[in-house]
Design a protein around this ligand. Structure first.
Ligand code: GLU
Length: 452
């Protein structure tokens, strides 16, 4: 009998089986130890925003992280320096050149692209530390926090790269002479080689990518590793610079922030959805994993993951609008008559789901349509709203203030207290729609009391 397989694992397994048959590409050999990798090793792993982990093939095989470390160390330096200083020291331009190119800006010597060696070595040097040991330790701790487990170094890969890394040392000396590297070039490249030799699995890398996709929050450990802002900037760098000199075509075809490394690792992040990682050592002419590129290209097409895809809005935000509402509150005859006599009406708009820009725009449009021309009451029933983004919260607060300014009695009903905090409007908040309508009626009665 066929064993049950969840649909995500099934889809990864199917992809793994088909793409695994793909031949072609060369295992990197300029670092002698990497040449020993098995070209048939192939693993895929995916981590969801809920921290669920899926995998197929050799997703637990160890390999050295190499350039896949670069976005994470960039995030560390960015956290240490802040965005302005970071940009002053290392550019953010896809250089369209190979990973080991001498890609420095004329005049300043500033490396243009933080995702290829020159820019990455300069970035490593920016990680704050009292000495090289502390810098290496901070980088290892940092990568481990992204992975959600204690990582270590592949000492053999480190020794092999240290013994053959003169080109990277030359790049560092060049940057030092151009004024874009302050530290000792030999020791900085040594730290960089240790960084590249951190041992990971595809399963680790998927968690690391998922942490960026979740705005800096590790979905497996719950730890906030970086701020949302740092995660966004890091993903943006990956989107434009992550795939060596194939970055432009990658964004065109796959449309996801990604980073590859010469050992055959490749990560991609689908913001708000998942992090995915692949391991397969044979590389194409640009230095990207042949099977990794093929698998991610298919995944992106199959699940419509391209960043430029317009998001689909399936649920209607506005549930109902009421032109003139009355509460179920029992009023004494005098008050009931006063409310009947009062020409002012109370308009209600109900909404549901998560409020991002598109949903909030729909909601506010409905409010504009139903709001009384003369001062009256306006109730927003947000009891079925589950979340509100920061920008939309500002839109809502501005609308509430504007309605009050125009003389309306305004009340908002919410079930989730955080919505009130997010919107930050000081006005009337209630638990139910009926209470909100009753509050407007009470205001009417206070202003125009029942005749006694
Ligand atoms: N350690 C490798 C180097 O600097 C990393 C290169 C890469 O993965 O792009 O040559």
């Amino acid at each position: 009998m066929r064993q049950f397989m969840d649909p995500v694992t099934e889809s990864l397994s199917e992809l793994h089986e088909r793409i695994g048959a793909l031949r072609g590409g060369e295992v990197a050999s300029y670092i002698p130890k990497l040449a020993q990798a098995d070209p048939d090793d192939f693993g895929i792993a995916l981590t969801s925003m809920a921290g669920h982990r899926y995998q197929a093939g050799k997703a637990d095989a160890h390999f050295s992280i190499q350039s896949v470390s670069k976005p994470f160390v960039y995030a560390l330096a960015l956290t240490d320096l802040g965005p302005d200083e970071m940009l002053r020291r290392v550019g953010a331009e896809p250089s369209g050149e190979a990973f080991n190119a001498i890609s420095l800006e004329p005049g300043t010597g500033r490396p243009a692209n933080p995702m290829v060696n020159a820019g990455a070595i300069a970035t490593t040097a920016l990680v704050k530390a009292a000495d090289p040991e502390e810098r290496s330790a901070r980088i290892l701790d940092w990568l481990s926090a992204f992975a959600g487990r204690r990582l270590d170094h592949d000492e053999e890969v480190y020794a092999s790269e240290a013994a053959s890394g003169d080109r990277n040392r030359a790049l560092a000396y060049l940057m030092r002479s151009a004024g874009s590297l302050d530290d000792d070039p030999y020791s900085v490249t040594d730290t960089y080689f240790r960084q590249c030799a951190v041992r990971v699995t595809a399963a680790d890398l998927a968690v690391m990518a998922a942490t960026l996709a979740k705005g800096g929050l590790n979905p497996c450990t719950g730890e906030r590793v970086v701020t949302q802002d740092v995660a966004v900037r890091t993903l943006a760098i990956m989107a434009t610079c992550g795939m060596y000199d194939g970055a432009g075509q990658w964004l065109l075809n796959v449309g996801l922030p990604a980073k590859s490394g010469v050992a055959g690792g490749l990560i991609a992040a689908s913001p708000g959805r998942f992090g995915v990682a692949l391991y397969s050592p044979p590389l194409d002419a640009e230095g990207n994993s042949v099977r990794g590129v093929a698998a991610l290209t298919e995944m992106s097409e199959r699940f419509a993951l391209h960043l430029m895809h317009a998001p689909v809005h399936l649920t209607a935000t506005v549930t109902d609008t009421v032109h003139a509402a009355r509460s179920s509150r029992v009023r004494d005859p005098g008050q009931a008559a006063a409310l009947d006599r009062d020409g002012r009406r109370i308009a209600v708009v109900g909404a549901q789901g998560d409020l991002e820009f598109t949903e909030t725009e729909q909601l506010l449009n409905a409010v504009a349509h139903v709001v009384p021309a003369d001062p009256g009451g306006v109730v927003l029933d947000l009891t079925a709203v589950t979340a509100v983004g920061a920008g939309p919260a500002t839109m809502l607060a501005a609308t509430l203030a504007d309605l009050e300014h125009r003389g309306h009695q305004v009340a908002v009903a919410v079930q989730q207290p955080f919505l009130k905090d997010a919107v930050g409007h000081p006005g009337r908040w209630t638990d139910t729609r009926d209470d909100a309508v009753a509050w407007c009626e009470d205001r009417f009665l206070t202003e125009r009391p029942a005749a006694s």
